[in-house]
Design a protein around this ligand. Structure first.
Ligand code: AMP
Length: 630
């Protein structure tokens, strides 16, 4: 085995040679002209001139060898459905879906918004878009009408694929009314394709709303060839939260993404064709895009797609599925493991998990007790990996296929091949090279294949947000604080911006603040993320009402708090609903009027708030403490 440090070094010093080799892991319809064209940095172009297709690489190219092998294993403990699609069946389903989209007028370069629960049709729709060169924009099913409308307005989709409802812990969550509201709010003229699961009644608008089952029947046997697109052709956008209320449409290419995923399956996940990958994320998140849909299929594996809770019908369900389907690789998030930890550890030992090689965890910091508990319970290595929606695949981890270094508790590991990681002082821009120094983790350009090309129709925001935040440097900022020890292991310390991480999901506190601020009874609001034993972080809202606290009284106060909760639910979804809303008479601000969210956060977590010299009114601190205790 080549020492990992050499592998990593080569990926940077012989960048073209390294990635040319990785590019051989996928099929090209026409070879590329250049490997890495960084002449318009930071808009790096990977494999320009090469023609390829993500769907071809995920499905068609496997048909000769594995047409009858499982590609998608679908299990829903919500509806009891359990179905396996072979590569040949996937090929058929995806072509029919592609034909339906074309029937609805979708062409190359058009956007298709996918607002779906975890059903196979969601994956068919993503792959069908890739097949015809349309861009998908998947919106997490837990988002409500307001979030959905913002994304529809930004993406301007030609079509939307949705369903009657999702289901969570047996509770039906109707999607169609939220979609109708979002369509009205955004004024979109998109065609709508509806998968009717028979879970909730749906109204349909003639001429706009189309029935998936009927069109699927009509288009049986449809053949839709893969559109050969340039490697730099955008394959999708995926919205993520940032420091402003407006979500960012992370845009990804085609060829670079396919190569990056294929390479990650080999080097990072040590996975091979014919094996079974079970990623418990949701297709609405980047982990779901990369490691439920594309990467396992590109690698010729079976991917297990699961709709349901990890504890329903009992906390052994994942391991039961792992046994039944001989899962070799599992990928989940620390929050889910912390939920399982509340249940009997014996459940982990009831099943034959001899097929399982490793458990990968990502999305939020992995605490040592959780890592130890699950590692000992399963008897397999637990591998932490750190990355972002923007990068599409891990930035920090231990590459299981090329590196036998041991993991170190509390650290995701080393910088992955292709990533030139460094720590910077965010105030001076100085690069920090001594072990243990704390700085902002940044990546020197060019970013490796698979990372974002830009933000959808907003090059200026892409450049300003990511590439100009560290003084005097043009480097990509992750907005995470980190340290590196003498052996090169990185430790992530938390965000350097107003983004919080609730149960592995990234939320912008500004988005929640904007939703709350719209309530007519609210004068001012601050939302902060505070430590939460299960979810990692939770949002707390501090609201200054328009009427004074004494005028409002207890009843008026409780009523306002309830309305604020319902408002966030309706706009953004239950995920964003603050754990508590505290009514206060003032918020801590500097004399120049800047809200000191970090001070609020420190008080909530029982820490000393630090330097308060810039505070306009020191009495506000005692007031906040008193309200928290009330
Ligand atoms: P998202 O784009 O939603 O995947 O969120 C990315 C952010 O989640 C990162 O910038 C980190 O703040 C956090 N994160 C993701 N993975 C890890 C990890 N393994 N350890 C610590 N933080 C993580």
């Amino acid at each position: 085995m080549v020492a990992y440090a050499d592998f990593h070094r080569r990926s940077l010093v012989d960048r073209d040679g390294f990635w040319r080799e990785q590019a051989a892991l996928i099929d090209w319809h026409r070879p590329f002209d250049s490997v890495c064209d960084d002449s318009r940095a930071p808009h790096t172009r990977w494999f320009a001139g090469g023609l390829t297709n993500l769907c071809h690489n995920a499905i068609d190219r496997h048909l000769a060898e594995r047409a009858d092998q499982p590609a998608l294993i679908y299990v829903s403990t919500e509806t009891g459905q359990e179905q396996t699609y072979t590569y040949a069946q996937m090929h058929d389903e995806v072509q029919r879906m592609a034909a339906i989209l074309q029937r609805l007028g979708v062409g190359q370069g058009d956007r298709v918004l996918i607002y779906m629960p975890m059903v196979p049709q969601a994956a068919f729709a993503m792959l069908a878009c890739a097949r015809i060169g349309a861009l998908h924009s998947v919106v997490f099913g837990g988002f409500a009408a307001g979030s959905l409308a913002t994304r529809i307005s930004d993406a301007q989709p030609a079509a939307i694929v949705s369903a009657d409802a999702g289901s969570r812990g047996g509770k039906i969550v109707p999607y169609k009314p939220m979609l109708d509201e979002a369509l009205a709010l955004s004024g979109s003229a998109a065609q709508v394709l509806l998968v009717d699961r028979g879970l909730a009644p749906m109204s349909r608008m003639p001429g706009r709303d189309h029935d998936y089952a009927a069109l699927r029947d009509e288009l049986a046997g449809a053949e839709v060839a893969c559109a050969w697109v340039d490697a730099t052709h955008a394959s999708y956008t995926l919205y993520t939260s940032g420091t402003t209320g407006k979500p960012k449409g992370v845009q990804r290419d085609t060829g670079g993404y396919a190569v990056a995923l294929a390479a990650s399956m080999r080097h990072i996940f040590d996975a091979r064709a014919g094996q079974v990958f079970f990623c418990t994320s949701d297709i609405g998140w980047v982990v779901g895009h990369s490691y439920i849909v594309y990467a396992p299929l590109i690698a010729g594996m079976a991917t297990l797609m699961y709709e349901g809770l990890p504890v329903n019908p009992d906390a052994g369900i994942w391991w039961r599925l792992a046994e039944r389907y001989r899962v070799t690789h599992m990928f989940s998030a620390p929050t889910a493991i912390r939920v399982l930890k509340k249940h009997d550890a014996a459940l982990l030992r009831e099943y034959d998990l001899s097929s399982l090689q490793r458990l990968f965890l990502a999305g939020e910091p992995l605490d040592e007790p959780t890592a130890q508990w699950i590692g000992e319970g399963l008897g397999v290595p637990v591998v932490d990996n750190y990355w972002q929606t923007e990068t599409g695949w891990p930035i920090l981890t231990i590459a299981q296929g090329v590196d036998s270094s041991p993991g170190r508790l509390g650290s995701p590991g080393f910088a992955m091949y292709g990533y030139d990681a460094a720590l910077f002082d965010p105030a001076s821009g100085e690069e920090l090279t001594e072990p243990g120094q704390k700085g902002v983790l940044a990546l020197k350009g060019p970013l490796p294949p698979g990372c974002l090309q830009t933000l959808w129709q907003d090059d200026a925001r892409f450049e300003a947000t990511y590439w100009h935040s560290i003084p005097g440097r043009q480097v990509y900022s992750t907005f995470d604080y980190a340290t590196r020890d003498a052996d090169g292991y990185y430790f992530i310390l938390g965000r350097a911006d107003d983004v919080i991480n609730v149960a592995g999901h990234r939320l912008g506190t500004r988005e929640i603040e904007e939703s709350i601020a719209g309530h007519p009874g609210v004068a001012e609001v601050a939302v902060v993320g505070v430590q939460d034993a299960i979810k990692g972080q939770a949002a707390l809202a501090f609201v200054v009402p328009r009427r004074s606290l004494s005028e409002l009284g207890d009843t008026g106060g409780s009523q306002l708090v309830r309305e604020i909760g319902a408002r966030v639910d309706g706009h953004l979804g239950a995920l964003a609903r603050p754990r508590a809303v505290h009514l206060v008479s003032a918020l801590p601000k500097t004399r120049s009027g800047k809200m000191l969210r970090r001070v609020i956060q420190a008080i909530c977590e029982g820490r000393e708030p630090g330097d308060l010299t810039t505070l306009e009114d020191p009495a506000v601190i005692e007031h906040l403490r008193a309200r928290l205790e009330a």
